[in-house]
Design a protein around this ligand. Structure first.
Ligand code: SAH
Length: 365
């Protein structure tokens, strides 16, 4: 027995091919795509403008939907969604509300293989890649949660000058949840193409940021395929420290990463984000900030730096630096000509929803 086709795993071009193979005009694939991602129907029968014959041909295909198994809200509104997958595994996504933004932090794998020593997800190891639809569903679930709470809605705007414009419950997506997006290159790229397709959800690619440990050989192809923004988790001033905390550095070191960034084709206002987790006594000194700043000079005008004070979790042997040290680190980078340095406030750390805290609690017993 073959498993039934999951229509939600297909990009629009693939749906067009699939329908052509069934003997129909390719534009029927566009119609099915719009029913699934724009109208968000759960059944073939609902696709009323398809011929009965075509609906019967598709009757065996699936249009599955995922639901949150648990929703936890922190005092500041940060919301952690625990999402139950069909095989019993689970992942987490986090809604981060801010003044005029609602950002969703999306997962791309169950667990992670990269083994960064400070990250809680790493303790799980890699369990499996997420399929494209499992990545996209996180966005739809978060939109439903926000809509139910009256905190945002996703609608096509109508009226003068608004044709084609969409008001969105979520304003930004960051692929910074569980997993390494570029390790699941095919799944994550397909998910981005489904999310950004204007005949479906139509999420603007420039409002999506994919964050990587630095799988350098995949960066340029991934960006060319998807048009989204890039973040790289640098986390160290030099290869000595980076080797210690990020095993991936033995394959792609800092020179390779900086060289990759210097060659990317960026639009005029586009910048690559360097994330830097500050670990007290390990990578947070002013001297280290200076040597990092010096190294960043050649790419200073194409990057911004996001400093993330370490978020503690059980079993991790690192400390969050004092705010003074964070500020001194920031000042030093600014002095070296890195113009944009932002300190990321911990959001939702009381419910273990902050950066690097996502992992599944071990079931008792
Ligand atoms: N694998 C991708 C996507 C995860 S993003 C990547 O590494 O970029 C998660 C971000 O949180 C990364 O920048 C990571 O360096 C950071 N991070 C991991 N553990 C953390 C922790 N305990 N405290 C603060 N930031 C952490």
């Amino acid at each position: 027995m073959t498993t039934p086709l999951n229509l939600k795993n297909l990009e629009r071009a693939q749906l067009r091919d699939a329908l052509a193979e069934l003997g129909h005009k390719p534009f029927r694939g566009d119609q099915v795509f719009r029913w699934i991602w724009r109208r968000r129907v759960d059944s073939i029968e609902a696709m009323t403008d398809l011929s009965l014959a075509l609906r019967e041909q598709l009757a065996g295909a699936r249009i599955p939907r995922l639901e949150p198994a648990d929703v936890r809200v922190a005092e500041d509104g940060t919301t952690k969604l625990l999402i139950a997958l069909d095989d019993g595994k689970q992942v987490e996504s986090v809604i981060i509300p801010d003044k005029d933004r609602r950002t969703l932090c999306v997962s791309t794998q169950v667990g992670c293989a990269m083994a960064c020593t400070f990250c809680r997800t790493a303790t799980m190891g890699l369990i499996r890649h997420l399929e494209p639809w499992e990545i996209v569903e996180q966005v739809l679930i978060a939109e439903r949660v926000l809509e139910e709470r009256g905190e945002g809605r996703t609608i096509q705007l109508k009226g003068r000058g608004q044709a084609g414009k969409v008001e969105r419950a979520l304003t930004n997506l960051v692929f910074m949840g569980m997993g390494e997006p570029l390790h699941n290159h095919a799944g994550t790229a397909a998910a981005c193409r489904i999310l950004t397709d204007e005949q479906g959800i139509g999420f603007p690619p420039r409002r999506i940021t994919v964050s990587t440990v630095g799988l350098a050989d995949r960066i340029e192809p991934f960006l060319a395929e998807t048009g989204v923004n890039l973040a790289i988790s640098l986390n160290a001033p030099d290869d000595g420290v980076r080797n210690q905390i990020m095993p991936v550095n033995r394959k792609f070191d800092m020179d390779v990463l900086l060289d990759t960034v210097s060659k990317l084709e960026l639009s005029r206002r586009q910048r690559v984000t360097f994330e830097y987790v500050l670990l007290a006594g390990l990578n947070d000194s002013v001297e280290q900030a200076a040597s990092l700043g010096k190294r960043l000079v050649p790419v200073a005008d194409r990057i911004k730096v996001n400093l993330i004070p370490f978020n503690p979790h059980e079993g991790a042997d690192f400390q969050r630096p004092d705010l003074d040290d964070v500020e001194a680190f920031r000042e030093t980078l600014l002095q070296w000509g890195v113009e944009k340095v932002h300190v990321r406030r911990p959001r939702g750390d009381r419910i273990l929803a902050a950066c690097g805290q996502l992992a599944l609690e071990k079931k008792p017993g």
